[in-house]
Ligand binder design. Sequence first.
Ligand code: SAH
Ligand code: SF4
Length: 386
Amino acid sequence: MARTRRNRSGAGGPPRPAGAAAISSPLTAQEALTLYRPDLAELLTALSAPRFRYQQIYEHLMRRPGASLSACTVLPMEIRRTLASAANKETTVIRRADDGRAVTKLVLSLSDGLQVETVVMRYTDRVTVCVSTQVGCALGCTFCATGGMGFHRNLTVAEIIDQVRLAGALVTAEGRRVSNVVFMGMGEPLLNRRALFGAIRLLRDPRGLDLRSRGISVSTVGIPDGIVELAHREPQVNLALSLHATSNELRNRLIPANRKHPLQTILAATDTHFALTRRKLMVEYVLLRGVNDSVSHARALARLLRGRVAAVNLITWNEARGNFSPSQSNAVARFQDELRSLQVDVSIRISLGHSINAACGQLAAEQSPASAPPIDLWHDHGGRTF
Ligand code: SAH
Ligand code: SF4
């Protein structure tokens, strides 16, 4: 990969403010493999394998994302045989759905049979993968399909990274590569921080998936200490706040977690995030007809953001759960115009993937029996084999 890395030391971006943590030092291959698949690293350690074996396996898995361990032919037979015992830990694709050529939803089966969904979005200038961090979500937002599933469990670092690897297999076969990762799939990323931060480190690793920090975004409902930790640990990763309402009264109704972390506390955390990172806050605002989409709501939003460096993304509500309807297009236009007239940086997020239930908030793996045979994306979809 000949792409030059930018911003790793802050070059090209604003100077790092005092108090911001330095980005963690590069991982050795052994550390990277241990972070990604501790089970494989342990097997190698038990075999007293030399360091370069960790590197060969790690690079094999990251650079040939659809390939299995058994295809890593540079390894001696003994190592391959031992590693084969860990094959049942692998995440597999059990279903894919395509919405035209732009969006693909992958339903993945985890080693315990639970399922998560990952969405691949192909734009002309980038390929974005929307990853899940939990199976279900404990926060129960009243308008979100994932919220209706309840919480099953946190994903591991490997299960998060595998979503990007498998999406990578899909698009590599089309001659493209993953450029952006958004933590906007199932679950609340800042309630699974150990795996989130481990996964971000691996996403950025130049020997691995080699993504730019600025191509990574974490969306949160607003977990204050998680927001501050993100600023310290990953100051160049984008923060998106799912705001959706500007009063605690309305926000409590939409997002039950707001009772625990009210708006003032969340905004104090995003202000600290800005002080540490100087990064613009992305504000997500789902427009719900007759609930939060009037001109006076727009004015309240502009007031709330006054003096803050933020950009608003308006999202039309996708059919999911709850007694809601999407705002009508004239209400969306009026809301946007009002924000613009009040000097708010605003855009409308074009939601992709409705026809395959892959749009924002529609992810809720149907949890059908995980007996379907895995799909080999690499070979089934015209991928090159090395
Ligand atoms: N838990 C995190 C990230 C996952 S949700 C969070 O809530 O931010 C990603 C985004 O989709 C959030 O902004 C969420 O509010 C939004 N969303 C949820 N349900 C939706 C729906 N039915 N239509 C449109 N957006 C939705
Ligand atoms: Fe969870 Fe986010 Fe859905 Fe709320 S919107 S239930 S936090 S996934």
